[in-house]
Design a protein around this ligand. Sequence first.
Ligand SMILES: O=P(O)(O)OC[C@H]1O[C@H](O[C@H]2O[C@H](CO)[C@@H](O)[C@H](O)[C@H]2O)[C@H](O)[C@@H](O)[C@@H]1O
Ligand code: UDP
Length: 581
Amino acid sequence: MVSHNANAQSDSGSRDRLATNSRLIVVSNRLPVTIKVDSSQPGGYSFALSSGGLVSALSGAKKRMSFTWIGWPGLSVPTREDELFIESKLEKEYSCRPVWLDPDVADAHYNGFSNSILWPLFHYHPGEMNFDEGNWLAYREANLRFAESVREIVRKGDMVWVQDYHLMLLPLMLRTLIEGSSAQGSVSQRELEHVRHGVDGSSHLAHSSGLAAPPGSEAAEHSAAQVASGHSHRTSTTATNLNVQSGTTAQAVAAMEEDDEDGDGKGRGTADGTTSRGSVKIGFFLHTPFPSSEIYRILPVRREILLGVLHCDLVGFHTYDYARHFLSSCTRILGLPTMPNGAEFEGRYVHVGTYPIGIEPAQFIEGLARDAVKTRMRALERRFEGVKIIVGVDRLDYIKGIPQKLHALETFLQEHPEWVGKVVLVQVAVPSRQDVEEYQNLRAIINEAVGRINGRFGTVESMPIHFIHRSVNFEELCALYAISDACLVTSTRDGMNLVSYEYIACQQQRNGVMILSEFAGAAQSLNGSLIVNPWDKFAVADAIHEALTMASVTRKANFDKLSRYVNKHTASWWGTSFVAE
Ligand SMILES: O=P(O)(O)OC[C@H]1O[C@H](O[C@H]2O[C@H](CO)[C@@H](O)[C@H](O)[C@H]2O)[C@H](O)[C@@H](O)[C@@H]1O
Ligand SMILES: O=c1ccn([C@@H]2O[C@H](COP(=O)(O)OP(=O)(O)O)[C@@H](O)[C@H]2O)c(=O)[nH]1
């Protein structure tokens, strides 16, 4: 395992090794640019750089390398002229390339498969998982569209960094498209049809009978072809093998050298546009947890998803536990030999490591210095004079444990009536994925709990919960973080949780207390927080009490530890470490 500390130690050296002439292609489901129809703008569309962890995280790498970002633009437009206008603007001003998806494919890929199957399963909610074969087909189709889009621009020596659970088949599809079925061969039209539709045009889930396919078995060898074509190993005799088989590496290297006969280091691909094996580095980073193999094996397409990712050179996770779960799934489901820092797959070693993401604290320090934020802070402090404030900021998502948070607050007020009227929870719940049924149900549950608790403990003068069901702007967010005495994160699972980092970045003055779920990835890093089990409402209520009564010297000592970590392990540190590795 590339340990967290090992990364820290090698960081400056590996940053220096980042070649300035390397090209980085980042691929994520969404582009970091929000495009809206706006008739007042030239061309009829407005463009704005989205905020968010990934955008900040890649800013460091962006300064050092030539950089292109490929992703879904978040809309479909009526004419090819509109597409061309958007493509040109994105390329010139944002170094981005859109992947145009049919609206139905985009919906079934994002809402249907990514957020109704992978998301619940990866967050230990198998009960919310709605497996549907049509959504799986759309997931494959969308991944193939992304792979084709990368193939159009990728050159020998490039690095392709694929982000998150929306694109887990992309590494396999990209390798197949750029490297062909063998070092000397090219990807035939028929093979590409298999990638797109399956051999007979149907979806063909792989119904593996047992867990592990013995290494080297027919099932293991044909697995990549099955994923791409949709064929199970039961039908593998009819599947065309799209794998670059082990043993062809020497030929591949020779082919690559021939390929660069003009010596410009760029290569020219083969006549059909394929490049040779290993000439492009592919990395994958999962922003969510990877669940225990006991949960992961529920997924009907468990083999296909693992095989998709295993075509990378480097696979990264936020925590050691997620990496370990991934490797144990590779062993149990595919029968692969694994080591703590990777897996052997088709004659190659796929490196697996931990790279905890961070934020850019300077952005928040700069935010707090703005006059508008200072004015807002003073107004909020006046409004809540004599009252302690607990802040919660979450997307309205069932993984964020908002009902658990509300029950814990209720328990605290019941056990400590002396605090009624003297503490408020300001909970920002950002609307999210509202086309998915589970998210609609959650809203009703939370509304009911807020109403009940406010009805029970509220008075004419004050309400214990201020519930804001919308997104807030950056200045309001900075002010809210800064004036709060504690931040409460009760996620039942969370890849990392950047809100906890952002809160710390805004607490220079107040040294507020971070109460953090042990099930958030951040709990592994944020030493100095009060770590809680969100399912234990009494333990969370105790932590609230401890936070509200903590001596200032203890708060300062905790804050100093937290602040050191957040300021060192920044977003750009994360991006640069991964790319350098
Ligand atoms: O794009 P959305 O569907 O609106 O969702 C927003 C993001 O949610 C997920 O975030 C994860 O990544 C964070 C950064 O690594 C991490 O701190 C958090 O714990 C994760 O939940 C999702 O993975 C992203 O792709 C979405 O953009
Ligand atoms: O109204 C808001 C409130 C918060 N955030 C941001 O949403 C991100 C949430 O990231 P986190 O890792 O905590 O969870 P995720 O939502 O990605 O699962 C943070 O950067 C917040 O600043 C936002 O965009 N709009």
